[in-house]
Design a protein around this ligand. Structure first.
Ligand code: ADQ
Length: 465
């Protein structure tokens, strides 16, 4: 078998636990094939020429790392502008937050062309190329235009919206046509696959060859759901480590008289944080026995701070949590502890384990790995309860969680109350079922099933073949 080549916007060091399960899982596959990982270096060259960037090569074990710098102009239009100002909001159903600045698309194309040019020079004929996420949708089309005939697959980590929402992106036809240059399109959920199928059925001249096979623009594309998982064994082992144990002990002693509710995510408008705080406020209002006891620890790590919508969200959260604390707080108890920081990965399992309830309530999410990490970190004899948004991709699998509609504040508050009072036996039963699900489809299953499907997909090769 040839090498695996992974392409993603950013790279992580696959040998560091801090990089997380996905980087480690991809790293293992790269290591096994002596592969190549390609992406942006993270460096922005202030006065760099658009469409150009220096290539850096290094080695991590058997894996070759190749990264490219971006000029300021390319970074702003490709990364901040088109990827995070257009595709991210629209794909998360937030047309109201999209900034359809006509100048962004040029940078998005230019960077994909730059990546294709630099990558093409490093490729071997028998490589298998696996491209990740919305930053790089047109990469295969650019590589094909340069004559690259390798097998190429794409995995979208975020949701694919319904056709009419997607159609709001001025370049939607071009984006979807670009996907047909891949041999396999992996999506997170069956809902996403259904959206793709409806899109091509109504907006393109595609032939639907089967449930998972589509033909258009001279190419055949396989489309399938591969719900991403976590490395359950690695996360469980992390939970047994000293850092996680210390975190757990610290939380348990500090909150011995309280019930802990926990939210952990990047500070992002897709994660439903204001709605969650409002539901928590209602919990305190409608079920006053929780006053003085239920404590919400909300950890939201800084993310994309130079995009306007994120700065606005940060202010909204600070004001909402301040208001709840002002209205309900007591001298010896504050209902909300809102922390704008990243928690060290090796401490996370201890935090999850100390929580009676996890609130994972995004308005829309491709999958949501926090939900799965929370399950993996629990003590099976005394597990916490997962309250999960039905709009997270994970809800298709995690049916034994308490599913909520995060827009429905009072029902969400009612469900949190139910979670806080769930009998031990029911908690154990639900946790056992959830744990089995995340073990069955962990990150290794995800990687292997994707790569097997890619190896089986009929290769489209050069355009028009
Ligand atoms: P994200 O939107 O980043 O990922 P998620 O799937 O929850 O969301 O993964 C976040 C990861 O970062 C988790 O491993 C979590 O532990 C960690 N993390 C988040 N906030 C943290 C904090 N404050 N401190 C420490 N660690 C934190 C995108 C898509 C998701 C999809 C993933 C993977 O938006 O829908 O599940 O990719 O495909």
């Amino acid at each position: 078998m040839g090498r695996l080549v992974v392409v993603s916007n950013r790279l992580a060091d696959p040998r560091k636990t801090a990089s997380g399960g996905l980087a480690v899982a991809l790293g293992q596959a790269l290591e096994a094939s002596g592969g190549l990982w390609f992406g942006w270096s993270g460096h922005v060259v202030q006065d760099g020429t658009p469409g150009e960037g220096e290539l850096h090569l290094s080695q991590a074990g058997r894996v070759q790392l190749a990264t490219v710098d971006l000029s300021r102009e390319d970074h702003d239009s490709y990364y901040l502008g088109y990827s995070n100002g257009v595709l991210w909001p629209v794909f998360h159903y937030r047309l109201d937050l999209a900034d359809f600045d006509a100048g962004f698309i040029g940078g998005y194309r230019r960077v994909n062309q730059l990546f294709a040019r630099k990558l093409a020079g490093l490729l071997r004929p028998d490589d298998t190329i696996w491209v990740h996420d919305y930053h790089l949708i047109p990469l295969a089309a650019e590589l094909r235009a340069m004559g690259c005939q390798q097998r190429m697959g794409f995995f979208l980590h975020i949701p694919l919206p319904p056709p009419l929402l997607l159609a709001a992106v001025p370049e939607h036809e071009w984006l979807m046509r670009s996907l047909f240059s891949y041999d396999l399109l992996g999506l997170q959920s069956e809902a996403d696959v259904a959206h793709f199928s409806r899109y091509v059925g109504t907006e393109t001249p595609a032939d639907i060859l089967g449930e998972h096979e589509f033909r258009a623009f001279g190419n055949t594309l396989q489309v399938q759901a591969f719900p991403i998982g976590i490395d359950v064994d690695e996360f469980t082992a992390l939970g047994r480590g000293r850092d996680a144990q210390e975190m757990f002990d610290q939380m348990r002693s500090e909150y011995s008289r309280r019930r802990l509710l926990l939210g952990v995510e990047r500070l992002d408008y897709s994660k439903g944080l204001p709605q969650r705080l409002k539901a928590f406020r209602q919990l305190l209002q409608h079920y006053p026995e929780n006053v003085g006891s239920a404590t919400l620890i909300q950890i939201a790590s800084p993310s994309r701070e130079s995009v306007d919508a994120y700065a606005t969200l940060r202010q909204e959260l600070e004001s909402l949590s301040g208001a709840i604390n002002g209205d309900f707080g007591q001298l010896d108890w504050m209902p909300v502890r809102y922390i704008h920081r990243t928690v060290m990965r090796k401490r996370l399992p201890g935090l999850y384990r100390a929580a009676a309830v996890a609130l994972v309530t995004p308005l829309r999410d491709g999958m949501n790995l926090v939900a799965k990490e929370f399950i993996a970190a629990q003590d099976p004899d005394d597990p916490g309860v997962l309250v999960l948004s039905r709009f997270a991709g994970a809800a298709e699998q995690l049916r034994e969680a308490l599913l909520v509609n995060p827009y429905d504040t009072s029902r969400t508050a009612e469900t949190i109350q139910r979670a806080l009072h769930m009998p031990l036996e029911e908690r154990q039963g639900r946790h056992q079922a959830l744990l089995a699900r995340i073990k069955e489809r962990d990150v290794h299953w995800w990687r292997e099933s994707y790569l097997q499907a890619l190896a089986r997909a009929p290769a489209s090769g050069a355009p028009g073949s």
